[in-house]
Structures are given as structure tokens and as C-alpha cells.
Design a protein around this ligand. Structure first.
Ligand SMILES: Cc1cc2nc3c(=O)[nH]c(=O)nc-3n(C[C@H](O)[C@H](O)[C@H](O)COP(=O)(O)OP(=O)(O)OC[C@H]3O[C@@H](n4cnc5c(N)ncnc54)[C@H](O)[C@@H]3O)c2cc1C
Length: 313
């Protein structure tokens, strides 16, 4: 016999900037809210962010998440670590199942599950140490500024890589685009690179060797490694949109929940927020989505109840 499900008014899947903002708003709308997360917020990997408004000296990702967690808990949010593997509609809302057979039910649900990066092939600890050292970066919008004037290598010689190299050109004249296996630039893109003074290598990536203050890159056909202050892989990502798909939501752009789902996902009572939604993958955007999704979920519940607040409530 399975355990009876825990019941909540609202469940938020994800404890990153989107999910924790949604939870804070819901708790302050006096909604019962449970956050379920599997410990993989991308924000936990940020050594120090400098573009979150309100922190002029920057803030470390784990500190930001800790403050946001405490803030949401302060107003009554419950937080549980578990992996949600299933979601289905019920007569009264949604039933969620966890990877070890747990079940939860809620009237409304917010998916704030983020994305997983496609990363370069390095052992996990070496990879994370290179991020911490600042010689490996994945988000020019986040930290291109910190690499102004640096020797920058971009991995991924296709349209994504070309777009990223051009974006980084704002910060440095020394940009090199390198393929993972072989260059896939159109003639037009190749001439755009040349016009912008971006060097394009053709040999496949053989190895990355991170050091404390630079990254060495070994390419097929070159005897000596190339040396860069920082490397930006432009290899795309995998949005964690499976639960939305289980509800019949059609995903876009390699698995994103369609833009606008923070206001209306098309499934009554279900909303989405943050990186998993098509758009700019940034903390401030995730927070804004979280606020919108929570407000929409709250108003949706009020409509369901045809609820009129009494003056003394
Ligand atoms: C190295 C690095 C540096 C960055 N620097 C910056 C920066 O300077 N500025 C900036 O704005 N952004 C930066 N970002 C991006 C930023 O981290 C993300 O935009 C932000 O974390 C998105 O918030 P989110 O809540 O949508 O997703 P996330 O923070 O990724 O949170 C997703 C949550 O969902 C949970 N989850 C997912 N699926 C499930 C499931 N099935 N069951 C249970 N839980 C689940 C995860 O455990 C996690 O708690 C950086 C990212 C990285 C990796």
C-alpha cells in the first residue's frame, strides 16, 4: 500500500532564484507552500555574481540561495529535498511522484526546474575548480564584463559559437573561435568573424588543461597548446522541462517551456518560471518570473474559490 499523499495548496518544483521567489510570494499571499528540489540549482555553482541588482560588491551563488531560502522559510515555506519524476492532473489539482515513491498533491503547481548545461569533457572536480578559478565560463551575459581585455577562447564553431564570439567582442579584441570537432560556419558567418577580427581555428578539440590563471587548449593539427585567460564553451543546454511535457505542454527550442508560461501555461493551475522558460537565463529574470507565476497561481486559486476576503481576515 502506498503512503497517502501530502496535500498542499501550492507546490513549487525547484529551489533556485525562480522557485524561491515564487515560494516567498505565495507564502506572503498566505498560501500553504511546499518547495521540492533535488539540490541542483545552477546558482549554487556561481563563484561570485556581479549583475544581481542590490549587491554592488557581488554575491556568491550559494550565499544568495541561502538568503533566499531563509527569506522564504521566514514566511512559512516548507522545503523538501527530493527528485520529482512524475506529475499528473487530478480532480482537485495535481499529483506529483518522487523518485523513491513519495507522493504529494497540490491545487496549483509552479515548475521552476532550470536547465542543465552541455559541458566540456573534464572530470567533475577539475571542471568545478576551473569555474571557481575563473578560467572556464559558460555565460557571457553574466560575466563577460569581468573578462574585459582578456584572451578569450570560445568552443563551438557553429552559429551558437559565432554568436557568442561576436557578443564577447564587446569586451576584448582577442577572441578565438574553436570547433569541438569541425567548423560548421557558413561562408557568411566566416566573413562576419573575419570582419570582427575574430580568429577561427579548424582543428578538433583534443584536450583542455586548466591552470590557476589560464586555460591551455590542445587542438588537432597544432603541436603547441593555445593559451587563453578564459574559455567559454558555447555548447547549448538541456532545459529540465520533462514534467511540463508530461502534462501535454509542447516544449520549444530544444526543450524549453514556451515563453509566457509564468502567466499561463495552457494547463489550468500550472505555471512555469526561470531558466526552464524560453528567454534570457538570468537570476533577475528568474526572480521576476517567480513573482509573476506566484501571483498568477494565487489569483487562479482565488478564482477557483470565488473567494472574497472578509474585512477581518
Ligand atoms: C557558473 C555559472 C555562473 C552564472 N553566473 C550568473 C550571473 O553572474 N548572473 C546571473 O544572472 N546568472 C548567472 N548564472 C545563471 C543562473 O544561475 C540561472 O539563470 C539561475 O540559477 C536560474 O534560476 P532558476 O531558479 O530558473 O533555476 P536553477 O537555479 O537552476 O534552479 C532549478 C531548481 O530546480 C530543481 N529541480 C529541477 N528539476 C527537478 C526535479 N525533477 N525534481 C526536483 N527538483 C528539481 C533543482 O534542484 C534546482 O533547485 C550562472 C550560472 C552558472 C552555472
Amino acid at each position: 500500500m502506498t503512503d497517502p499523499a501530502d496535500h498542499y495548496e501550492t507546490i513549487v518544483i525547484g529551489a533556485g532564484p525562480a522557485g524561491l521567489t515564487a515560494a516567498l510570494y505565495l507564502a506572503r499571499y498566505r498560501r500553504e507552500v511546499l518547495v521540492i528540489h533535488d539540490g541542483k540549482s545552477r546558482a549554487l555553482r556561481i563563484p561570485k555574481t556581479h549583475n544581481v541588482p542590490g549587491f554592488p560588491d557581488g554575491i556568491e551563488g550559494p550565499d544568495l540561495i541561502e538568503h533566499m531560502t531563509r527569506h522564504a522559510e521566514e514566511f512559512g515555506t516548507r522545503i523538501k529535498e527530493a527528485k520529482v519524476t512524475g506529475i499528473e492532473p487530478t480532480d482537485t489539482g495535481f499529483r506529483l511522484t518522487g523518485s523513491i515513491g513519495e507522493t504529494w498533491e497540490s491545487r496549483a503547481a509552479i515548475l521552476a526546474s532550470g536547465i542543465l548545461l552541455n559541458q566540456v569533457d573534464l572530470p567533475h572536480e577539475v571542471h568545478e575548480a576551473a569555474i571557481e578559478a575563473g578560467v572556464l565560463r559558460y555565460c557571457p551575459v553574466c560575466d563577460g564584463y569581468e573578462h574585459s581585455g582578456a584572451r578569450i577562447g570560445v568552443i563551438g564553431c557553429d552559429s551558437d559559437g559565432a554568436a557568442e564570439a561576436l557578443f564577447l567582442r564587446q569586451y576584448s579584441v582577442d577572441i578565438t573561435l574553436m570547433p569541438l570537432s569541425h567548423p560548421e560556419l557558413s561562408r557568411e558567418q566566416a566573413s562576419e568573424m573575419a570582419d570582427a577580427g575574430i580568429a577561427v581555428e579548424t582543428g578538433a578539440l583534443l584536450a583542455l588543461e586548466p591552470h590557476d590563471d589560464h586555460m591551455e587548449v590542445r587542438l588537432d593539427g597544432r603541436d603547441a597548446p593555445l593559451s587563453f585567460d578564459v574559455i567559454y564553451p558555447a555548447l547549448g543546454c538541456r532545459p529540465r522541462g520533462e514534467l511540463a511535457e508530461q502534462l501535454g505542454i509542447e516544449l520549444r527550442n530544444e526543450g524549453c517551456v514556451p515563453a509566457g508560461a509564468e502567466k499561463d501555461s495552457g494547463v489550468p493551475g500550472f505555471f512555469a518560471a526561470g531558466d526552464v522558460v524560453e528567454g534570457l537565463d538570468q537570476i533577475s529574470v528568474a526572480m521576476g518570473h517567480g513573482a509573476l507565476a506566484a501571483t498568477k497561481a494565487h489569483n487562479w486559486l482565488r478564482e477557483q474559490d470565488r473567494h472574497t476576503l472578509q474585512a477581518d481576515e
